[in-house]
Design a protein around this ligand. Structure first.
Ligand SMILES: [Zn+2]
Length: 319
């Protein structure tokens, strides 16, 4: 466990897939205990790992806050709650997403969704196998305390910064942003469109980046990688990355109708595992839907066309 500054500590756990680690944070409470933010993945050794972590603390855990419903953040929530007896708090919208993603998972619907966006059958089946494994490592809680924007957790203000996840919450106090995966150092948070999610996650995310600039925290402690000492500057860099990726996605619409899968090949290349292809296709979809919202692309069946290439009268024309 590392002390980042007085009253803020961090523990880092290894992850088996994709990014190789995740950070969880400990915030000193006003009564001298600890608030845990994020819980890592609920893999087989989760209770042992957390028992050792809790044993290192000098005071009890009084509350557990989950920033968002992705497996590497909410995955150990139930375990940490069982080990500490502390209540779990989660964003209201985020918990609803948690229920729909992990509580009533409809594998067939997901398979149809990816197939309808042009994904080949063997990739779709690869995804199904991986997701079954993942679901077993997500120990979310059914009845957390629900947080809304403007709520406070022991002096930390709750903000909802949508995009990476629909209901992603962050905590802010005295210029310190406990950021979850809203901004990351060196890598950009995945922004994908999934069934049951809000219709324009990239639009949401660009607003969240603007909000981070407006809040102008002194430091952001994120779910992965190192601390960010110029969060506003990092928000601007990530925005520039998406502006470029939008242009790339627009260029991939070369006059033919293209599926989100096709566009993912052009954005991310051909050599990806099924699970990484799922991220790539969801990310391509988020960019395509933003292009539609900006009038730069059109939906055509389950695919997309460059704006003005459709058979139907274009935007602004009258019959
Ligand atoms: Zn994460």
């Amino acid at each position: 466990m590392e002390e980042l500054e007085p009253g803020i500590r961090r523990v880092t756990f290894a992850l088996p897939l994709g990014i190789d680690h995740v950070h969880c944070y400990f915030l000193r409470s006003s009564s001298g205990g600890w608030i845990v933010v994020d819980t890592g993945l609920g893999t087989r050794d989760v209770q042992k790992r957390w028992r050792e972590t809790i044993d290192e603390l000098d005071a009890p855990v009084e509350a557990i806050v989950v920033t968002h419903m992705h497996p590497d953040h909410v995955g150990g929530a139930r375990d940490v709650a069982e080990l500490t007896g502390a209540p779990v708090a989660q964003g209201r919208d985020d918990h609803a997403q948690c229920v729909s993603a992990w509580g009533s998972r409809d594998g067939e619907r997901f398979a149809e969704y990816w197939a309808s966006h042009g994904m080949p059958e063997e990739t779709v089946s690869g995804i199904a196998a991986d997701s079954d494994r993942l679901v077993s490592a997500v120990h979310w809680v059914e009845d957390p305390e629900l947080l809304d924007p403007g709520d406070e957790v022991d002096g930390w203000r709750v903000e909802v910064l949508r995009g990476h996840a629909d209901g992603h919450i962050v905590l802010l106090r005295d210029g310190v942003l406990i950021a979850g995966d809203t901004i990351l150092s060196g890598i950009t948070p995945a922004i994908g469109l999934y069934p049951n999610s809000r219709p324009d996650p990239l639009g949401d995310y660009l607003e969240s980046l603007a909000r981070i600039e407006e809040l102008a925290p002194r430091v952001a402690y994120a779910g992965h990688r190192e601390a960010i000492h110029d969060p506003s500057g990092r928000a601007r860099e990530i925005r520039a990355h998406h502006v470029e990726r939008l242009a790339h996605a627009e260029a991939a619409l070369d006059g033919e109708r293209r599926s989100a899968y096709d566009v993912s090949l052009s954005l991310f290349g051909r050599e990806l595992s099924p699970t990484l292809r799922r991220f790539a296709t969801a990310e391509a979809l988020a960019h395509l839907e933003r292009l539609v919202a900006e009038g730069r692309a059109e939906r055509s069946g389950a695919g997309y066309l460059k704006a003005g290439m459709g058979a139907a009268p274009g935007r602004g024309q009258t019959r």
